[in-house]
Ligand binder design. Structure first.
Ligand SMILES: Nc1nc2c(ncn2[C@@H]2O[C@H](COP(=O)(O)OP(=O)(O)OP(=O)(O)O)[C@@H](O)[C@H]2O)c(=O)[nH]1
Ligand SMILES: [Mg+2]
Length: 414
């Protein structure tokens, strides 16, 4: 049989998952999948599954193991699991590992090496399947989702947390299933609610959070982003209104993946292009998780009427934009600058300079605190994908409607 693209419903239907598993194990045409994320690691892993006798890797000399024996002989006549050798078409030295379902090819982490291998496999009848479906080989959708999240982790901090979630998963879901089976429904509900309380955090481990720098023109938003990101990316200019679009820079803050967003300075403008930029800025500010409102220390250090005007404007912007942090930049221009007493704000008020870099470490720490105010405990399990969140929500609904067996069946195979 030929492998067809899986239907979108596949993930919501355990019968369909079983169908997939049967298909992949009995098909005469093997399948392959890039198991690691594109361009994110030193080593990329290409998985191959299917009827072992038919594997392209065995039938054609795609791979030459070190020594005089052919790959087929080694696989069929020895218990060897790890094979060192050369991929023929690219002459790359790599490692092939025998697995429960077929093989894994561990090659160079760049995109080109894995693409060449997948191309060779494809040409030898090994069909490429999406990562999500590949993981259903486990026949455990809960595990498949968490493993996929581990592969999507962008930093070692998030990868470690996701691995811990994976380790805790069997114990936690088995406990939940047992609680429902033994009619401890209130405990089960509390358990699910506790897990769902971490759902946003779980999602943030694979999807970067947006941190926007906003404020009036010329206060140093672009300069601060460049300083935090560690290199010159956004255009900085002494002319107000320099940034016209939303610029995005992917990085990590304290190990949390983020997109730093540079926005146009907010002011009334007659210029059509600038006004469009300001409109986009407002939309970005509204959808960002963390908003850093940037002002210039200079505006708070002059004649009283200028300071009063700056304070009024700061209060208005703070009410409108609801920032988590207020950043007084250009402190190098105002020695011994003090944040005005008369300005009340619940979050951190930071005094920094993009030019001499003072206060930047504190700024980064405070952004990290705002991103993750609290960490889960080592033993905690929580959902890390939309599918897992949906399943837990639907379990809650079923438990609340006294449909205990239906709720428990969602936890299959636990
Ligand atoms: N002395 C000093 N100058 C700074 C500092 N930060 C930025 N500047 C200068 O202020 C001017 C404006 O900086 P930008 O980073 O372009 O300001 P912006 O807020 O992005 O401006 P728009 O894109 O126009 O909204 C430039 O000349 C910067 O070199 C700082 O901490 N100290
Ligand atoms: Mg700018």
């Amino acid at each position: 049989m030929r492998w067809k693209d899986p239907s979108p419903q596949l993930h919501n239907n355990s019968l369909a998952s079983e169908h997939f598993l049967n298909a992949i194990m009995t098909t005469t045409e093997p399948t392959c999948c890039l198991l690691t994320n594109s361009g994110r690691g030193a080593v990329a892993v290409v998985g191959i599954a299917g009827s072992i006798q038919q594997l392209a890797l065995l039938n054609d000399p795609l791979f030459n193991p070190i020594g005089s024996k052919t790959f087929r002989t080694l696989v069929e006549q020895t218990d060897q699991v790890i094979f060192y050798g050369q991929w023929n078409s690219t002459a790359e030295d790599l490692v092939v590992v025998k697995t429960k379902f077929g093989f894994e090819i561990h090659c160079h982490g760049g995109d080109a090496a894995s693409a060449a291998i997948i191309d060779d496999l494809n040409q030898n009848g090994c069909q490429l399947v999406p990562k999500q479906d590949w993981r259903l080989l486990h026949n455990d959708h809960w595990r498949a989702e968490t493993e996929t999240a581990v592969c999507e982790a962008m930093t070692s901090r998030t990868a470690n947390l996701l691995l811990r979630v994976l380790q805790n998963q069997t114990t936690s879901l088995t406990k939940l299933s047992d609680q429902i089976a033994s009619n401890q429904i209130a405990d089960a509900i509390a358990e699910i609610e506790q897990a769902l309380a971490w759902a946003d955090f779980g999602a943030s481990l694979t999807q970067p959070r947006s941190v926007v720098f906003c404020g009036h023109p010329n206060v140093g938003k672009s300069s601060l982003i460049n300083a935090v990101a560690g290199f010159q990316r956004a255009i900085v200019n002494s002319q107000a209104g320099t940034t016209r679009d939303v610029l995005s820079h992917a990085t990590a803050i304290d190990g949390w993946p983020v997109e730093l967003k540079d926005t146009a300075g907010l002011r009334d403008s007659e210029d059509r292009v600038e006004s469009l930029g300001i409109e986009k800025a407002k939309q970005e500010i509204a959808r960002s998780q963390i908003r850093c409102l940037v002002v210039s220390c200079e505006d708070f250090n002059g004649p009283q009427d200028q300071v009063d005007q700056a304070l009024t404007s700061l209060r208005e912007m703070s009410e409108q934009l609801e920032p988590q942090l207020i950043v007084f930049n250009k402190s190098d221009l105002v020695p011994a600058f003090k944040v005005p007493h008369s300005f009340d704000f619940a979050g951190p008020k930071l005094v920094v300079s993009a030019t001499d870099q003072s206060g930047l470490q504190t700024l980064v720490t405070r952004v990290a605190d705002a991103l993750v105010p609290k960490l889960p405990e080592d033993k905690d399990w929580f959902p890390v994908s939309d599918w897992q969140i949906d399943q837990l929500q639907s379990m809650l609904d079923k438990l609340n409607q006294n449909e205990f067996a239906a709720a428990r069946s969602i936890l299959k195979p636990y």
